[in-house]
Design a protein around this ligand. Sequence first.
Ligand code: SAH
Length: 248
Amino acid sequence: MSFSTKQAILDYCILNNIEISEDTAQKFEALSDELEKFNAHTNVTALKTREDIAIKHFADSLAVLKYDLIKKNANVIDIGCGAGFPGLPVKMLRPDIKITFVDSTAKKLKFTSSVAELFEMSDVEVCPERAEELVSKGKREKYDVALSRAVASLPVLVELVLPFVKVGGCFVAYKSSLEADTANKESELSKAMGGIKKLGGKVEAVLDASLPGANDETQKHSLIVIRKTSRTPDSFPRRYAQIVKKPL
Ligand code: SAH
């Protein structure tokens, strides 16, 4: 029997107690079709099979919905979303949220815009800009939740993302469990601790986000939840070259 994206999404959601309707799950078949079509002319993903796309893009993106982190009608931002991950699948299950997609590569965002139109999504904003430049354009501390997957190492990422988050809101970073391992002083999370504090954040939790069939440490995923406890000083974010050269 051929692979069913719809069934894979339903299975993932049932296993993880994520509420989803049959209709919404069916839409992931269309999302996979669109991604395949778009990828034929504009490279937005290295994943080739429908199974890999269903599991490693769609289900992986939905991991945040295992937890009660995104309140009803929340204002959400996805930084470095590429073709729209994790934000697009999250918005498909949560039409109540407002979502802003940010990526410095405009052609990738064209995919996100066309899908938002195809599925008649409302409350979707698309910003083809660098995160560290966009934040000063009326977007500082405006979001309840920021999401980001596979964009930069955590010490760099926190300076790009935390300035967007409201005090009381949170940043959910999609990372591998090795990157999120606080017991290892060399992990990304350990190295980011000082910067998180300077930016007004506090690590609240490291949550399991492993995919079905991930059985060794290298395949396991985590969500690092960083709560914004005080305002980010106006001196951050610095210029990108500076952020990368000397992470906080
Ligand atoms: N989040 C997506 C894409 C990951 S690839 C996914 O998980 O599939 C990383 C993306 O981050 C690229 O599309 C790149 O253009 C974007 N990016 C990197 N640095 C950025 C910055 N400073 N501001 C905005 N986008 C950035």
